[in-house]
Design a protein around this ligand. Structure first.
Ligand SMILES: Nc1ncnc2c1ncn2[C@@H]1O[C@H](COP(=O)(O)OP(=O)(O)OP(=O)(O)O)[C@@H](O)[C@H]1O
Ligand SMILES: [Mg+2]
Length: 249
């Protein structure tokens, strides 16, 4: 399937408006053949009907809003193959006992990375963490629960929190649930926390490692430092040590 066929079938934009011409340019620049093939497979697996619009265009991944045939919304994360920094990915996969034979070829590594995010989200969700429910993955494409209403949920750093202390408690509680489930997020900060339905939602789980990873405790300390630093700025009295103690006790 090439881009035009894919667009014809699955890109649900009203045609011919200026905005849609701009979208088309963006879509064409981010969907290469390999990605379109994976999108197509992911669409079948997750019963999707179409892509609605772009939520975020990033360095490593692009995130889209989509809808299923039953009218439920989904978020689709598409890892970039050409421009992503895959050396950094290798550090978070090599050493994780769940991925003993990681292939260093770029595509294979990105596929393992995407699969790792799917697995980490599944584990975290099962442990009761507030995070998107994962539905399917294929190659470099991950389908998950859409967090938001009419608009995608904002990052926690972009809003005024009513009760920062409660939000901090919830995040630390989620870190603890992950730890009990043998998992460390490893990229936790105000940049990977959404705020929706009056609580923080953890996102962006690809860096997550199991406790068997030799650097798991180092990553946990960094997460704890980020969380303490961010919530302290908002007036919450919480040190890195407090976070670590609450998570590991
Ligand atoms: N399930 C979701 N529901 C709604 N919005 C989402 C969801 N997942 C991600 N987003 C939005 O997409 C953005 C990027 O997602 P994420 O943090 O997972 O990717 P990333 O790896 O940080 O990408 P990059 O570093 O390339 O920007 C998030 O900041 C958030 O705004
Ligand atoms: Mg992120």
């Amino acid at each position: 399937m090439d881009y035009d066929q894919f667009e014809e079938k699955f890109v649900m934009s009203e045609k011919k408006t200026k905005k849609d011409r701009e979208w088309k340019k963006i879509y064409q620049s981010v969907f290469d053949h390999y990605t379109i093939g994976n999108l197509f497979k992911a669409f079948l697996k997750a019963n999707l009907e179409g892509l609605i619009h772009i939520i975020s265009l990033g360095k490593e991944a692009n995130v889209f809003r989509a809808v299923t045939r039953n009218g439920e919304e989904r978020a689709i994360k598409v890892y970039r193959v050409e421009t992503s920094d895959f050396k950094h990915m290798y550090d978070y996969i090599e050493g994780d006992p769940r991925f003993p034979n990681v292939n260093k070829k770029k595509r294979k590594l990105i596929e393992a990375w995407c699969q790792k995010e799917f697995k980490n989200l599944s584990l975290a969700k099962k442990a009761g963490v507030s995070c998107p429910k994962p539905y399917a993955f294929s190659g470099n494409v991950l389908v998950m629960q859409y967090i938001g209403d009419k608009e995608p949920a904002p990052l926690i750093k972009d809003i005024n929190l009513d009760d920062p202390e409660k939000a901090a408690r919830l995040v630390v509680g989620d870190m603890r649930k992950m730890y009990k489930a043998n998992l460390v997020h490893s990229d936790l900060s105000e940049f990977n926390l959404l705020y929706w339905k009056k609580k923080p939602w953890l996102i962006d789980f690809a860096q997550g490692v199991s406790l068997g990873h030799p650097k798991a405790m180092e990553f946990l300390e960094r997460d704890a430092r980020n969380i303490s630093r961010y919530f302290s700025k908002l007036g919450v009295n919480i040190t890195k040590e407090d976070v670590l103690k609450a998570v590991t006790k």
